[in-house]
Structure formats: structure tokens, C-alpha cells
Ligand binder design. Sequence first.
Ligand SMILES: [Zn+2]
Ligand SMILES: [Zn+2]
Length: 336
Amino acid sequence: MPHPETWLKVTPSGLFCEPGGFYVDPLRAVDRAVVTHAHSDHARPGHRAVLASEATLALMRTRMGDEQAGLMQQTAAWGERVRIGEVTLWLEPAGHVLGSAQVAMEWRGSRVVVSGDYKRAADPTTPGFVVIPCDVFVTEATFALPVFHHPRPESEIARLLESVALFPERTHVVGCYSLGKCQRLVALLRAAGWDAPLYLHGAHMALCETYEALGVPLGDLRPATVAGKDALVGAIVLAPPSAVADRWARRLAEPVVCAASGWMRVRQRAKQGGVELPLVISDHAGWDELNATLDEVAAPEVWVTHGREEALIHAAAKRGIRGRALRLLGYGEEEA
Ligand SMILES: [Zn+2]
Ligand SMILES: [Zn+2]
């Protein structure tokens, strides 16, 4: 059985599967790409052929237009086997954002799974992570430090709603990524009983429409920019992290600046961003989830694409798992 190092290679364009002739989440435009999910650091524009889940391709088209999403677009259903060159490939859910997939590849009896970004916590807007046993598991390590323990998102949403009840004359503006986090927050708020309209920054609106078209109901969403100031008193507004701290937010009624991110675990980050109410809600696996996943996929070897690889590789080594840092530059900024 050939070792995966001999057929899955780190190149300046990203991970290249030689016997298949394709890249996984290439960092620049290539001839043939397999894309795990539609965040901008993984889904780059301008590839010739793109294979991805149906939802990922739909979200890519919303973000970059039909042509930039791939001249040839091929979807694969969960678990559907696809032959590319000499390689058999299939996708399984990664639980990160809608459409997010792990890429499983087999060549001559050796199996590699590239997880892309993933989480293990339940998320009403996306199917949950599926464990695929493999010879090499390629993982992210965004939050691979023991300090990154993510609380239950429901309890963070409860804190937000408590604050809204406490300050009914103010507008709560929540900084969140436009793909994934925004829709998850909406769904969590609906599940917590918030039926009132939610107001969105323009950047968030189009992706919410695509989520709804893909069968994820989000309720009454309205553009914050056209809403009168009075309508926003006591309301919740969702906006990109870059917008909450600037002029855009200042037109709101005495805004309470909130942010929903795994990084809100780090007090310094919240302070720097002027965040009054930090909500620790992450779409990436925390320390416990990362380690549990390594145990469950039972791969003798783990490759770490980006993030805090030292701690994860050290923890893996203690359990007899060989670790390798790929140091792929270019991942990590989801909304670059
Ligand atoms: Zn991502
Ligand atoms: Zn990423």
C-alpha cells in the first residue's frame, strides 16, 4: 500500500492529489479543484473544473458569480463515489457550514480524509460531521489549545436574549461571518423563541437567501440599511465583524456591540474589537472535539493544515499518532 505522502503532495497551490490530477481547496486558480466549503479561504475563484457538494457550489455562485465558481461544475451527493483519474473520491458532511464536506480519497488501498474546516457540535443549519476511518486524517487546528472549550451555543444565545430584555431601548448588533455563522445565529435565535424580524447587513442577506433556497428556513429577515431607526430599537442586527465597529453601526440606537466567534474565548480579542458582549459560538472544533475526532477516525497519522498545530501534534503523539504540520499558508481568514 503506497504511503499517502507519495501521492498527496503539498505544493504552492495547495494539496495536490497526483494520481487524480486535482487539488483540494487550492489556494490559487487551478485546472481541477475539489472544494470542501464556500468560505473564501477554501473556495477561490477562477478554477476550470470544480467538484463540490450541491450547497457549496450554490453558495460559491452567490458569492462570486456563476463563471468564477468554475467553468465546469460537478456536484456529488453525500457518499456518492466519483472516479477522478485513478482515484476514488467521495464527500461526507463536515458540520462546519451548509454544504461543508470532508473529502475522502482512495488510491491503491490507501485512504486519506481531508476534513476541511469542521465542528462536532450540533448545528440546525447543516448536517453533522460523519466519522470516516482512514490511514491519514488531514485536519485543521484553528482552536487547538486546551483553553478553547466552546460552551453550548444555546447558553450563549440565552445571554444575548437576556441582554436584549435588559436594554430594550438599545440595538444589539452582532458581528458574525456572513456565511455559516450568521445563519446559525438566526436558526439558534428562532429555536430560542425569537420570532421577531431579524435585521441584516447587506453582506449577509444574499447568503441567507441561498440558505433558504437550499431548504434552511430562517424566518423574517429584513435589510438593516433600509429599516428606520425606530424599527431597530430593541432589535437584533447581524453584521460582518468589520461593520460593527465602524460608522455603519453608529447609526443604530445606542448599539450594544456583540460578536459571535470562537475567538471570543480570548478576552483580549473582544476588548480590541470593542465588543461589549462576547458570545463564544464557534464553527470550528474546539480542543476536546479535535482530540475526540482523532480518536474516532483512528488514523495512525494526522496531517495538520493550519492553526495551532504544535499542541495538537503533541497531544496526538502521546497517543501514538504520528503528526505532520503541512503549514499551508492562506487558510484561516474565512472572509478575507
Ligand atoms: Zn471555513
Ligand atoms: Zn478555513
